[in-house]
Every structure is written in C-alpha cells, then in structure tokens.
Ligand binder design. Structure first.
Ligand SMILES: Cc1cc2nc3c(=O)[nH]c(=O)nc-3n(C[C@H](O)[C@H](O)[C@H](O)COP(=O)(O)OP(=O)(O)OC[C@H]3O[C@@H](n4cnc5c(N)ncnc54)[C@H](O)[C@@H]3O)c2cc1C
Length: 402
C-alpha cells in the first residue's frame, strides 16, 4: 500500500526554499535524535530537547519565519512556513518547546500589542530564548471563558492577581504566561476581562503539576496569591482582554493545520509501515480490508486538512484575517489524530496497550502513549462541542437557540 505525500510541487522559489531547509536539517539534527517522536524519553528531557532545538532553528536562520525582520524574524510566505513545517516533520525533527510564544503570542502581539511590547517580547521568542504558557482556564470555567473569576485589582501602576487556574499546559517549564483575569465587576462577563503577560518567577505564583493518563504530567494548576504585574504588560487595555483572547484562540485553533498536520502525515506513513509488519489472524494487517479502509480514511483526512490549511493561507494572502472557520480545522484535525491512533492500537491488539514502561511495548510504547494523549485533543483549545457550536452559529449562520 503506497500513500503518496500530500505536498504539491511549488514555484521555483518555493522549491529552492524547500532544498535549503532540507539541506540544513540534514546537518543540524541532533545526533541522538531517534527515528520518531520519542515517548520513551520523559517529558522534561523532551522539553530540554525542544528548547535546544528552537535555538538551533534560530541560529540556522529559520527563526521567526514570516515575522518582521525588525524583531529578528525572517520574511517568509505562509507557504514557506508550511514547507518548513513539512520538511521538519519529514526529517522527524524535535518539536519546539515554545508553541505558545512562537505560534500564539507572537501573532497576537503583532496584531494587538503596543510597539513597546513587540520590541520587548518578540525578539526573545524569535531567538528561542523563552518559553510561554497560557493560563486562561479555571477549575469551574473552561468553555465559558467569559465567566473567568481569577481577580486582579489595580494598585497604582500594577495589577494584583488572586485566584486559581487549571489545565495550564507545560507551565512548569515556562518562563512567562498569558493570563486572563477579571478586572471588571464580578458579573461583567467579557466586558471586564484583562489579558496580561506575566513573569512566572514573580512572587505569589505557585505551580503544581496534575497527573495524566500518559504518565507525562504536562498539565498544571497555577495558584495566584497577590502576584504583582506591571500595567505595561497589559495587552489591548484594561477590561479589553476578551478581544485579545479571542484573537489568540483563533490563532491557536489554526495551529493544527499549519504546524501539526505535516507531522500527522508522517504518522500515517508510520501506520502503513506498522500495518505491513503486524500480523492479524495470521496475515499482515495491511491485507485486512478493515485496516486498509481505516488507513485510507486517515490519509484522506490528512489530504483534506492540508487543503483546508491552503484555503486559510490563500485567504490570509488576500488580506482576510483568520475567522471562526478555523474551528473546522481544529475539529477535523483533533478527531483525525484520534482516529489514527485508535486504529493503530486496535490493530496491535493487546500489545497496543503496552506503554513505554513495558519492554515488550511495540515501538517503545509510541502507539499507546499517543493514543492516550489524543483523548485530550478534542478538549484543549476548545472542545469539539464548542467547535461545532461555532461552526453552526458563526460559519453556517444557523439560528441560535439559547
Ligand atoms: C490536555 C489539556 C490541555 C489544556 N491546556 C490548556 C492551557 O494550556 N491553558 C488553558 O488555559 N486551558 C487549557 N486547557 C483547558 C481547556 O481549554 C478546557 O478544558 C476546555 O476549554 C473545556 O473546559 P472545561 O474542562 O471546563 O469543560 P466544560 O466547559 O465544563 O465542558 C464540559 C463538557 O460540556 C460541554 N459543553 C460546555 N459548554 C457547552 C455548550 N455551550 N454547548 C455544548 N456543549 C458544551 C463541553 O464540550 C464538555 O464536553 C487544557 C485542557 C486539556 C484537557
């Protein structure tokens, strides 16, 4: 069974860029980097590798692709950014650690930050020197973000923050966070929320990790007890954070197609290879009609996601900002990842449930690890139900029943 790459040949300039990236990756990849995403390595080790890799990317001349040169970026079209992601995926390069800074905060600051904030925060992000996280959700408020309770009082030229955040990915490894807090009246909903950039080493912030199914405790709770944040770090103005948060979430939901789908395409190839060397009922799984059908579905998902990404890039090139239609990509990408890993685990039978802690686990426990992880994909960055609501109401214009 041959699954061809969904990448299409581009213009001569794009193909030159692709060769440049390919040549650079060949000599830049760490010698100890294994053949695939390595769940066998513990999270802390993978984060160190991701942090080192983002600095290597910058030093190699590929940091801040598409971001202004004035802040240390490099001019690049959306297609070139996709080419970089595709080639990195194909070479199985490490994933950068600072997803939140590079892919969410940087575009948000460009759109809504002050010039002073861009000059201060963008260069370290582009150079890969810092790591950011996102502290929006709370124990009682995830989908209903307008209901945020974490409180911030203005005291002269600072905010004083008190409250509790939950499900904050990778905060234990981060230097800074994007915080959403309530500065308006308790019932002010979206009108009383402020978006602030906070140094996580500030006094009054405590981070605790949460246990996860995969054994990688990547989620945290962040406790705030009088942490002080300069008002200069507020993006978009006091009580104006809703707009900024919506822009950040829109960008976040579009990351899948731009950055993660190329990696998913590589996992489909791995699935084909797995099916060729796995036996089901005494014959290679690849000959099983159920498996073949499932793999074809996964390959079709990836091809469709790539076209969705291209459509968004074409719209952006014509000056149309990202809108609620990014929910289509988020929904489809997260459910596609789940389908793919579920198929692999089903194909492997009981062995598919063995994790990295078991020596007999196929592929060092890769399939079990990511199958468990993919359960989270339809929750984080907005659940599938919320994406379906957005698509129904704001993309298709269906009547809203409350
Ligand atoms: C692995 C992981 C990583 C995360 N990372 C971060 C992070 O880095 N930063 C951060 O701030 N947050 C993060 N989150 C939090 C995430 O954004 C929330 O969990 C998510 O928005 C859902 O909120 P909730 O958990 O409060 O569930 P709820 O909002 O209570 O929802 C419970 C259920 O009800 C459904 N539901 C709720 N409202 C509606 C509605 N109006 N219509 C239909 N169905 C509805 C939901 O779809 C869900 O099935 C992460 C979560 C996970 C699991």
């Amino acid at each position: 069974m041959v699954i061809s790459s969904p990448a299409r040949a581009g213009t001569a300039a794009q193909e030159r860029f692709r060769s440049e990236v390919r040549d650079w990756l060949r000599q830049a990849l760490p010698p100890d980097w294994g053949p695939r995403r390595r769940p066998a390595k513990r999270l802390a080790e993978r984060m160190d590798q991701g942090k080192a890799w983002q600095r290597t990317v910058y030093e190699g001349g590929f940091g801040g692709l598409g971001l202004p040169v004035a802040y240390g970026g490099r001019p690049a079209s959306a297609t070139e950014r996709l080419i970089f992601a595709e080639e990195s995926a194909r070479a199985r390069a490490p994933e950068p650690a600072d997803i939140f800074g590079q892919f969410i905060l940087a575009p948000t600051l460009l759109a809504m930050g002050t010039e002073e904030q861009r000059e201060r925060f963008l260069p370290p992000i582009i150079r890969g020197e810092v790591m950011w996280c996102e502290t929006f959700s709370e124990p009682e408020h995830g989908s209903d973000m307008a209901n945020i309770q974490c409180r911030a009082e203005v005291d002269e030229d600072e905010l004083v923050v008190t409250g509790r955040k939950r499900w904050n990915s990778l905060s234990q490894f981060a230097d800074w966070t994007m915080l959403l807090c309530r500065t308006g009246a308790p019932d002010s909903r979206g009108r009383g929320i402020t978006f602030a950039l906070v140094d996580l080493r500030s006094p009054g912030i405590r981070i605790e990790t949460m246990p996860m199914l995969t054994g990688d405790d990547r989620e945290t709770e962040v406790f705030w007890s009088g942490a002080r944040v300069p008002l200069d770090n507020v993006v978009g103005g006091l009580n104006e954070g809703w707009r900024v948060a919506m822009a950040a979430m829109t960008t976040q939901r579009s990351i899948g197609t731009a950055e993660l789908v190329p990696r998913l395409a590589v996992v489909v190839q791995d699935l084909v290879a797995l099916a060729a060397r796995t036996e089901v009922d005494g014959r290679p799984a690849i000959e099983d009609p159920f498996v073949r059908d499932g793999i074809a579905r996964c390959a079709t998902d990836v091809a469709a996601l790539r076209r969705t990404g291209e459509r968004a890039m074409a719209a952006a090139a014509m000056g149309r900002p990202l809108g609620p239609e990014v929910s289509i990509a988020k929904l489809h990408w997260s459910e596609s990842e789940q389908r793919l890993h579920k198929l692999a685990v089903e194909m492997l039978g009981l062995g598919g449930l063995l994790t990295r802690d078991d020596e007999a686990a196929p592929d060092e426990g890769f399939w079990a690890h990511y199958w468990l992880w993919t359960h989270a994909l339809t929750i984080h960055s907005g659940t599938s139900e919320i994406q379906r609501n957005i698509i129904a109401e704001r993309v298709l214009g269906l009547p809203v029943k409350r």
